[in-house]
Design a protein around this ligand. Structure first.
Ligand code: PMP
Length: 383
C-alpha cells in the first residue's frame, strides 16, 4: 500500500488508544447515563475521566466539554444551534471565510437561505484571512464569527488569536473550527479566546466517529446554543443520544498522549517537512508551494507541480504514495479545490496541486524512497 501521506484526512489509530478501547469494550458494560446500577456508574466514570482529559489539553473546565460524533456535528451545532437565540435577539448576520470546511460553509449557506446575512471572507495568495477583513464587517446585528484555526488543505494558520482578543470585548460569538490544530498547537489553543470550539478525535490518533464541542462560559453563562436533535438529556441536551463510552475513552486517551508528546511530535513533523523540501529541491522538478510557508503547520504541504495533472499523478503513484488533492469530504467530486480557488490560484495550477500530510510516526527513510518515486513520476508526466 506504500506510504500514507494523508494524515489531514484521518490519522492511524494510536496502538495505545486501541489497547485502552479494547479494555473498555471488554470490561465496561452499560450506559453512562444509567443511574440505577454500578454498571452505569462505571461507564460514567470512564466518560468523565475522558472529559477531564479533553478539558486539560485545552485548559478549559470539564463542564465546558460536550461530546459529539465529530467536528462535522460540532460545527453544525455551533452554528445551527444559534437559531433560537438569533430569532429572539434579532441578530442574523454571520461572518465566516470562504475556505472553511464544508461543515461550516454548507451550514452557513443553509442559514443564508433562511434569511440570514452571511459574509464569506476570502484569503489572499498566502492562504490567510486578515483579522481586519473580519473586524471591518462587524455590525450591531452580527451574531457569529466562525473561523477555522488551521486550513485542512493548505495547513495555513488563520489569525484566530488576534480575532479572539478583539471579539472577546464585543457582543459577538466566536466559533473556531480547531479540527486540524487540536492536540498539535496546544499552547496556542490553551491561550485562545473563543466562545465555541470544534474538535475531532481521528486527527490525533484517536478513533473515528467522536469529537467534541467546547462551550466556554462567560459570566457563568454558556453560549446560547441549543441542541439540533431531539432526544434525551445526554450532554445537557446539546447532543442527545447514548454516549459511546469506548470512543469517548479513546478520544480522552489520545488527548492525554498528545498533551505529553505534542512538542516532540511538532519537532518530528518539522524534520519530515525539511526532508520533503530537500527532496523537491534536489530533484530539480519545478514546483510551487500553495500558501505562505511561514504560516504553515509542520505536518502539511500543498504542492503545485506546474504542467502535471494531479489526478493522473495520484492514480499512477497510488500503490506507493497515499496523498490527496483536497478534503476527503469532497473527493468524490472532481471539482477544483474551492480553497485554492478562493486564494485566486489559476485553475491549471489548482489541477496540478496535491496535498501531503504526515504525522510524527511517518518514517523518514520510507518517505524519502516513496515520495522520491512520486517526484520522478511527476517529472515524467510533466508536459
Ligand atoms: N473541519 C475541518 C477543518 C476538518 O479538516 C474536518 C475533517 N476533514 C472536519 C471539520 C470534519 O471532521 P469530522 O471528520 O470529525 O466530521
Amino acid at each position: 500500500m506504500g506510504i500514507y501521506l494523508d494524515f489531514n484526512s484521518s490519522t492511524p489509530l494510536d496502538e495505545r488508544v486501541l489497547e485502552y478501547m479494547i479494555y473498555i469494550y471488554k470490561n465496561i458494560v452499560g450506559n453512562a447515563d444509567s443511574r440505577t446500577h454500578e454498571y452505569g456508574d462505571n461507564a460514567r466514570k470512564i466518560v468523565e475521566e475522558a472529559r477531564t482529559q479533553v478539558a486539560s489539553i485545552l485548559s478549559v473546565k470539564k463542564e465546558e466539554v460536550f461530546f459529539t460524533s465529530g467536528a462535522t456535528e460540532s460545527n453544525n451545532i455551533a452554528i445551527q444551534g444559534l437559531r433560537e437565540y438569533a430569532t429572539v435577539s434579532g441578530k442574523k448576520h454571520i461572518i465566516t471565510s470562504a475556505i472553511e470546511h464544508k461543515a461550516v460553509l454548507e451550514t452557513a449557506k443553509a442559514l443564508q437561505k433562511e434569511g440570514y446575512d452571511v459574509d464569506f471572507v476570502r484569503p489572499d495568495r498566502t492562504g490567510r484571512i486578515q483579522a481586519d477583513q473580519i473586524i471591518r464587517l462587524l455590525r450591531e446585528d452580527t451574531l457569529l464569527v466562525s473561523l477555522m484555526h488551521v486550513n485542512n488543505e493548505t495547513g495555513i494558520i488563520q489569525p484566530v488569536k488576534e480575532l479572539g482578543d478583539i471579539l472577546d470585548k464585543r457582543e459577538v460569538l466566536f466559533h473556531v473550527d480547531a479540527t486540524q490544530s487540536f492536540g498539535k498547537l496546544v499552547e496556542e489553543l490553551k491561550q485562545l479566546k473563543y466562545n465555541m470550539l470544534s474538535l475531532s478525535s481521528h486527527k490525533i490518533g484517536g478513533p473515528q466517529g467522536i469529537g467534541a464541542l467546547i462551550l466556554r462560559r462567560k459570566r457563568y453563562k454558556l453560549p446560547p446554543v441549543k441542541g439540533i436533535m431531539y432526544g434525551g438529556q445526554q450532554e445537557h441536551g446539546i447532543r442527545p443520544g447514548t454516549i459511546p463510552v469506548a470512543l469517548v475513552a479513546g478520544l480522552g486517551k489520545a488527548c492525554s498522549i498528545a498533551e505529553l508528546e505534542y512538542q516532540t511530535n511538532y519537532r518530528k513533523c518539522m524534520v519530515i517537512k525539511k526532508e520533503v523540501m530537500q527532496l523537491l529541491g534536489e530533484s530539480g522538478i519545478s514546483y510551487e508551494i500553495n500558501g505562505e510557508p511561514e504560516f504553515c503547520v509542520p505536518g502539511t504541504l500543498n504542492i503545485c507541480f506546474p504542467g502535471v495533472a494531479s489526478e493522473a499523478l495520484m492514480l499512477s503513484t497510488k500503490q506507493y504514495c497515499g496523498v490527496s488533492n483536497g478534503s476527503a469530504c469532497n473527493s468524490n467530486s472532481y471539482k477544483p479545490s474551492f480553497v485554492l480557488e478562493a486564494m485566486n490560484i489559476p485553475t491549471d495550477k489548482i489541477e496540478s496541486s496535491i496535498r501531503i500530510s504526515w504525522g510524527p510516526q511517518t518514517q523518514v527513510d520510507e518517505l524519502a524512497k516513496l515520495f522520491g518515486k512520486m517526484i520522478k513520476s511527476a517529472q515524467k508526466l510533466a508536459f
